[in-house]
Each structure stands twice: as structure tokens, then as C-alpha cells.
Design a protein around this ligand. Structure first.
Ligand SMILES: Cc1ncc(COP(=O)(O)O)c(C=O)c1O
Length: 409
């Protein structure tokens, strides 16, 4: 008997969905959880979220909003008070001036990226995606009917796009450049000088817009000021969407609040998309995000210090393993080691480890450690380790990865 009698025919599903991939990070986490249910002891380093609690004053603001009965629909773009707080944040931290009308609040930074692509992409439009890039970028472009133009940026350039690569990737169909700094998965951070050089290329291509994903802005380990394209190259401000949110800096991934700011006409088009999909993110979450943005940031140094310690632990642990190579990433909470040195070897059962995906599956199977293969981020030959977990778990994970890698011949 058919165990799933209500499956749709393949022809029922839209081509754009059939062509898109589910998130590889979520898939590795699912496999890890499956092994856990079977009783295996698995350490999950495949998830990208801080393990700290949301700061207390933010949680209290959420509770107070519930008690005040802030349980009604808000403006599609987000409450006016929150958009004013977002405007203050951009002015204070980034030197960017926006009116509340130029700001959209959505269900996480993710929805801002999604809305922007839905609002602007026509079939065949191209979006330049320097990789390694967050798994969702190319898929969101495809779901919008566009064409991601993958530009691979390896360890030699610190996993960063060079001006020449950008210039070569731009065609008459290019609509956007998606830029993420600090980067998921590489932790790379673009300096002021590097953004200036990319800006010089973009100034020569006036039809290309910039989607700057700054969600990891606050998680950086160097003492240089944060650089974002619209501030570095003011000539680009009229065609840049700057995206940020509270998920990573305030350990608020589940609250689902992100925001973006840019030219009014773009934000209005994005509001239209959002009005016909989610309407807005939760009113309670918006109240909590307001408290986060206007409140003290005194908890942040302790967050960053913990991440820095874990980064050292992971980078040292990985570099001690023959066949792996890992530069110390200047931002975010991911390490992105190269694993070419291990590919082509065989495990104890004589199974060939030919690709980074084979290696990630082997590490899950053999070491009980879930990492994400670099090919999921469009840069094969690497894997991503999220170090947003306890020191003890990380130390144990490094020990297990070392043992498993040593068994490869
Ligand atoms: C580069 C990047 N952008 C955006 C997001 C999404 O953030 P949010 O949880 O606010 O939707 C993530 C989350 O992992 C990310 O890594």
C-alpha cells in the first residue's frame, strides 16, 4: 500500500521549486538529529546561531509587549517606532542616514533578501554571487526567476571578490551584486580599501545595484572600523540595499527580526511583496528588537570574547590535523578549512573520500561531528565548522575529527 497517498504529481510542483535545493546546512543538521534519535552521540557544528541567551532586557521587553497587549497587526514595513530605532542604528553605527520610510522590517534578514529579489528580478536577470556564499543566496535568486552568476573566491584572496573578478562577472543583464561581510561561511571581512576598489568598478556600471548583507557586523575580531558599501562609496548609496538584523548580534535567531534600508522606491516595492506574503514579523518580536537596538550593548564584548576563544580553539585544532588548512577568520563564527589534502584517501572500510561532501558525511558517520561541505556554499574542497557552541563540545569535536582524519589512508 502507498504509505503517502496524497503526494502531488511531480508536474503539480512549480519548475522554480523543482529547480531549487533545500538548505544544505539544514540537511546536515537533519542527518545529525536523525543519528541522535538513533542513540548516537553527535556534536552539531552545522548550525549558524549563537548559543547565548537573548539579553535579559530584550526578553523583558518582549514580555512587557505581551502584557501591554501589543498583539495586533503592525504596519507592513514594521512599527514606526522600530523603524525609527533602525534609522538611529544605521546613523550611529554606519554613518548612513535613512528616513523610517526607507526602512523595511521583516522576518529575519532572510526575508529582506528574499523580498528584494522578488521585487526586482525578471526572468533571466543576473545576480553576481561571490562564493563561498551563504547557501540561500543562489537558491533565492533562482526562486525569483533569476540567474545566479557564481564567482569563486578562494583562500588566495581571503575568500573575497577582487575588482577584476567583479568587472568580468558583470553583463548587461546584471541587476545585483550580493555582498556579505563578515561572511558566512568563510568569516572574511571586506576592508574599507577593498570596498572602495569594488565601488570603483560599480561606479562604472551604473545599472548594477548592491545588496549588502551586514548581519554579522558585530561579530568581528579586528579593531578596524566596520565598512559597508553605501557608506564607503556614497555614489552607490542610491542603489544599495543595506541589510542587517538582530539575529546574530543579540542572539535572537528565533525572534525573526531583520531590517533593510535603501532607496524609497525599492523599499516600497519590497513592502508590496511583504504585504502579500507575511504582512510583517511578530508585533512582540518587533517590541523586543526595539529594546535591543536602543538598549545597552555591554553584553557584546563578552559574546565576542567567547567567540574569539573558540575560534582559536577550532583553528588551532584544525591546523594540527594533517591534510587540513585553516586561516584564522576575522569575523562571524565559522571556520572554513581547506580539505584538499584529505581528498582521494580511503577510510578503514576502503570507501573513497573523493569530495568535501564525502568527507563531511564520513565525519558525521565516523566521528559523530556534523559540519557542512564547502560545495554547499559553492566552494568545493572546504568545509564549514560553526564554532557557536561550548568550548567543551568544540574541544571534543576537534579531538574526534583528528582521530577520524588520521584513519584516512
Ligand atoms: C549571511 C547570512 N545572511 C542572513 C542570514 C539570515 O539571518 P536571519 O536569521 O536574520 O534571517 C544568515 C543566517 O544564517 C546568514 O548567514
Amino acid at each position: 500500500m502507498n504509505a503517502h497517498p496524497h503526494q502531488p504529481e511531480p508536474s503539480f510542483l512549480a519548475q522554480r521549486v523543482l529547480g531549487a535545493k533545500p538548505s544544505a546546512t539544514k540537511e546536515m543538521t537533519r542527518l545529525a538529529n536523525q543519528l541522535k534519535r538513533e542513540g548516537r552521540d553527535v556534536i552539531t557544528l552545522s548550525q549558524g546561531e549563537p548559543d547565548f541567551p537573548t539579553p535579559e532586557h530584550v526578553r523583558e521587553a518582549g514580555k512587557a509587549a505581551i502584557d501591554r497587549n501589543e498583539s495586533r497587526y503592525t504596519d507592513v514595513a514594521g512599527t514606526f517606532a522600530l523603524r525609527e530605532a533602525v534609522a538611529r542604528k544605521f546613523a550611529r553605527d554606519n554613518g548612513l542616514v535613512f528616513s523610517p520610510e526607507q526602512i523595511q522590517v521583516g522576518c529575519g534578514a532572510k526575508q529582506l533578501l528574499y523580498n528584494a529579489l522578488q521585487a526586482t528580478i525578471d526572468p533571466g536577470d543576473e545576480v553576481v554571487v561571490p562564493t563561498p556564499a551563504w547557501v540561500s543566496y543562489p537558491e533565492m535568486v533562482l526562486l525569483a526567476g533569476g540567474q545566479p552568476v557564481i564567482v569563486r573566491c578562494g583562500a588566495a584572496t581571503g575568500f573575497k571578490l577582487t575588482p577584476q573578478q567583479l568587472d568580468e562577472a558583470i553583463t548587461p543583464r546584471t541587476k545585483w551584486l550580493m555582498l556579505n561581510s563578515p561572511s558566512n561561511p568563510s568569516g572574511a571581512v571586506y576592508s574599507h580599501a577593498e570596498l572602495t576598489a569594488l565601488g570603483e568598478v560599480l561606479v562604472r556600471h551604473p545599472r548594477v545595484w548592491v545588496m549588502a548583507d551586514d548581519i554579522y557586523e558585530k561579530i568581528r575580531y579586528e579593531h578596524t572600523p566596520f565598512a559597508t558599501p553605501a557608506a564607503v562609496t556614497p555614489a552607490l548609496a542610491g542603489r544599495t540595499l543595506t541589510i542587517n538584523g538582530v539575529s546574530k548580534a543579540y542572539a535572537m535567531t528565533g525572534w525573526r527580526v531583520g531590517f533593510g534600508a535603501g532607496p524609497l522606491k525599492l523599499i516600497q516595492a519590497m513592502n508590496l511583496v511583504q504585504s502579500q506574503s507575511t504582512s510583517h514579523t511578530s508585533s512582540i518580536s518587533q517590541a523586543a528588537a526595539l529594546a535591543a537596538l536602543d538598549g545597552p550593548m555591554d553584553f557584546l564584548p563578552a559574546f565576542v570574547a567567547a567567540f574569539r576563544r573558540r575560534r582559536e580553539l577550532v583553528v588551532d585544532g584544525l591546523n594540527a590535523i594533517e591534510g587540513l588548512r585553516c586561516d584564522s577568520p576575522p569575523g562571524a563564527f565559522y571556520a572554513f578549512p581547506g580539505c584538499q589534502g584529505l581528498l582521494g584517501r580511503r577510510d578503514a572500510a576502503n570507501e573513497l573520500i573523493a569530495t568535501d561532501t564525502d568527507l563531511a558525511l564520513y565525519l558525521l558517520r565516523q566521528a559523530g561531528v556534523a559540519v557542512v561541505p564547502g560545495s554547499a556554499f559553492e566552494l568545493p574542497g572546504h568545509f564549514r565548522v560553526s564554532y557557536a557552541t561550548s568550548d567543551e563540545e568544540l574541544a571534543e569535536a576537534m579531538r574526534r575529527i583528528a582521530l577520524a582524519c588520521a584513519e584516512l589512508r
